[in-house]
Design a binder for this molecule. Structure first.
Ligand code: PXG
Length: 290
């Protein structure tokens, strides 16, 4: 059977999964999204992802139109219908169809899409080798323009930063905010390691409140590490013992080089490896069975 996708209350096949060209998600990027992952038939941090989606929607004054519990049920259903065990589920809510003006009042009904697919992850080789990154010249959107906590359908800021690392042949771009503080990668949060301490930028400077980020902070003490938020500069990164990025798809991925400088000894470090192992162990233990 072909892939089954939820659109506005109906399950349709991939070929029939279409939205209106008048949808403001397409015309203006007016909408929000989230991505949740399942590990061997268990949805990891499902409530956290659905909660974040609803908070993102609230942040842009968008009424999703169905209760959270109903949405959550449909996410679980998306994995069942597609017979997936290790899945990546994209949750999208747009302002819905309107007319050719930005006025959201013209959009009377949101569009809801739930798309479950197989997960594509970095090859294990990437975790052994680590990423080579640049600090992009494109700055992260200031939170007083578009708050980084809102996971909106506007990813152009991140995409423009991504073009920079693609152009230079590197693996990823890190972004600074307007004051020059390190914020995050294009689709991941960032951690620096100094001794037995994990340091990560506070979200109020422009970063997404990443669920993998929070899980990392929560798990750190169990492996003898402390984790705290700190304002970090490019120089803190250059002189860190280790660095890693966190995200639902990436989990914890080591960064070994930035702007041509080796971080630590230029190899994935022991703290990152210990933290990644703890994270992977944790993903096996928790989660809502499908
Ligand atoms: N920062 C940003 C800007 C993100 O978009 C994260 C951090 C990590 O958050 P989580 O909750 O996943 O730990 C994200 C993650 C993808 C993809 O294909 C992921 C994201 C956005 C777009 C694509 O994996 N968000």
């Amino acid at each position: 059977m072909s892939q089954q996708i939820y659109i506005d209350g109906a399950w349709v096949s991939r070929e029939d999964a279409k939205v209106s060209i008048f949808d403001h998600g397409l015309l203006y990027g007016d909408g929000v999204f989230d991505s949740v992952r399942s590990y061997d038939g268990r949805l990891f941090k499902l409530d956290e992802h659905v909660n974040r989606l609803y908070l993102s929607a609230k942040g842009i004054g968008l009424d999703i139109g169905i209760p959270k519990a109903k949405f959550t049920e449909q996410v679980i259903e998306s994995i069942r219908r597609n017979n997936l065990r290790d899945a990546y589920v994209r949750l999208v809510v747009t302002r819905g169809p309107g007319d050719l003006g930005i006025d959201p009042r013209k959009c009377t009904k949101s569009t809801i899409i739930i798309l479950a697919d197989k997960i594509t992850i970095y090859p294990e080789e990437t975790y052994k080798r680590g990423l080579r990154v640049i600090i992009a010249s494109t700055r992260r959107t200031p939170p007083d323009s578009l708050n980084g906590k809102i996971k909106s359908l506007n990813y152009l800021n991140n995409i423009i930063a991504k073009l920079e690392h693609i152009h230079t042949g590197m693996d990823e771009s890190l972004m600074l905010n307007h004051e020059g503080y390190l914020v995050e990668g294009t689709v991941e949060n960032i951690f620096l390691v100094k001794g037995k301490k994990l340091l990560t930028p506070p979200c109020h400077i422009g970063a997404l409140e990443g669920i993998t980020r929070q899980t990392t902070i929560d798990l750190a003490p169990s492996v003898g590490l402390s984790a705290e938020e700190a304002l970090l500069t490019a120089n803190d990164l250059y002189t860190a013992d280790e660095c890693f990025l966190t995200g639902t798809g990436a989990e914890l991925v080591p960064v070994v080089q930035v702007d041509g400088r080796a971080i630590g000894d230029g190899k994935p470090g022991p703290v990152t490896q210990k933290m990644l192992a703890a994270y992977r162990e944790y993903t096996k233990q928790v989660g809502i069975p499908i």
